[in-house]
Design a protein around this ligand. Structure first.
Ligand SMILES: O=C(O)CCC(=O)C(=O)O
Ligand SMILES: [Fe+2]
Length: 346
């Protein structure tokens, strides 16, 4: 497989086998996703470049403890945090969440320390901390006081973010139940795609906690590395994660100022509105798009039907000017038109 491509290679022992496969499956087999037909082609050579860089990179400070809980413990933990219908769960666009100890507010990625919830972290989770202590990992806390339960159905995810520095101590700890998942970590233009197995405990400490964003791309399957370092796909199933944190109650003094909310300069008293607007735009538009650009582009490949209809209402002599055309998905909708597309980058 090649990352971000909708095709992959299958190696045959002989050209004859390839011909046979081609003749019997090309344009006929419905092995594709959602019963779509497969289109095949065959080549004498397949590319042998390495496409696995982002799947081999591990952010410093990221620890995965595999098989941290067993099957029985998984069932008990799930039962203790069960999503029931009459209970107040937050259904976000991309997943269901519920909070214990304190509410984690996703708009600001923060908590209100003055407003503890009645619902505390269930006792069923206590054994985790004894087990974790035995690993002697660098931790600023021994017991968490906040837990968020996220339930993701296949196709759901969580946007890239950093758990606010001033809100929580180091580390952020996440227990994955029910399904493996690929989590994406980003720092500048570096991307690490980490396979997080079910029943594992993920610890984001130091640089991984403070200087990398983490997120889960909403999709139905992940592309993962096989043992012999080729790529393959793995279907997702329902995943529940238990994220444990400890409130910080004060400013953050980490050595990673880039994403640290405690370091951001307050807006000056005598305000230059242009400057404030530019700063706001950089922080809330440019920086956000820088972080989500590849996901944004990957998930915006199909023209909106109404826009396509609008474009198809013009004829040959017309000129289309698409200012801010992003990945140019409307360029080819009406091939009769002369199209000029412009996108800006900073
Ligand atoms: O689902 C996960 O493992 C991570 C959740 C997360 O990052 C969060 O709730 O802030
Ligand atoms: Fe998070």
């Amino acid at each position: 497989m090649i990352p971000n491509k909708s095709y992959c290679f299958l190696e045959c022992e002989s050209i004859k086998d390839a011909e046979l496969l081609f003749q019997s499956l090309h344009g006929k087999s419905t092995l594709g996703q959602n019963d779509s037909v497969l289109y095949l082609s065959y080549f004498v050579d397949i590319p042998n470049e390495s496409f696995v860089d982002s799947k081999s990179l591990i952010p410093s400070g990221l620890v995965i403890l595999k098989d941290f809980v067993d099957g029985e413990e998984e069932i008990l933990l799930l039962k203790s945090v069960e999503f029931s219908e009459n209970e107040e769960n937050q259904t976000l666009k991309h997943r269901s969440v519920k909070h214990f100890g304190y509410e984690f507010m996703y708009g600001t990625n923060n908590v209100d320390p003055e407003n503890p919830l009645d619902k505390k972290i269930p006792k069923e989770c206590d054994f985790l901390w004894k087990r974790l202590k035995e690993k002697s990992l660098p931790m600023e806390w021994e017991f968490p006081d906040q837990m968020t339960v996220n339930e993701y159905l296949p196709g759901q995810g969580i946007p890239p973010h950093v758990d606010t520095h001033s809100a929580f101590l180091d580390p952020i700890v996440s227990l994955s139940l029910q399904s493996d998942i690929v989590m994406e970590f980003r720092k500048g233009n570096m991307k690490a795609e980490i396979l997080v197995p079910k029943r594992s405990l993920l610890l984001m400490t130091g640089e991984a906690r403070y200087d990398w964003t983490h997120g889960i791309t909403p999709r139905h399957m992940d592309v993962i590395l096989t043992e012999n370092r080729t790529l393959t796909t793995a279907n997702r199933s329902k995943r529940t994660s238990l994220t444990f944190r400890r409130l910080r109650r004060g400013a953050c003094s980490c050595s990673f100022p880039r994403l640290c909310d405690s370091r951001k300069e307050p807006i000056k008293e005598s305000v230059d509105l242009e400057e404030v607007a530019a700063k706001l735009e950089t922080e809330n538009v440019h920086n956000v798009y820088d972080q989500i650009a590849s996901h944004f582009s990957e998930t915006r490949h199909s023209p909106w039907p109404q826009v396509a209809e609008f474009l198809n209402s013009f004829d040959q002599s017309d000129v289309l000017l698409d200012v801010g055309c992003g990945n140019g998905k409307y360029l080819n909708v009406n091939k009769e038109l002369m199209s000029v597309s412009i996108f800006c980058f900073y």
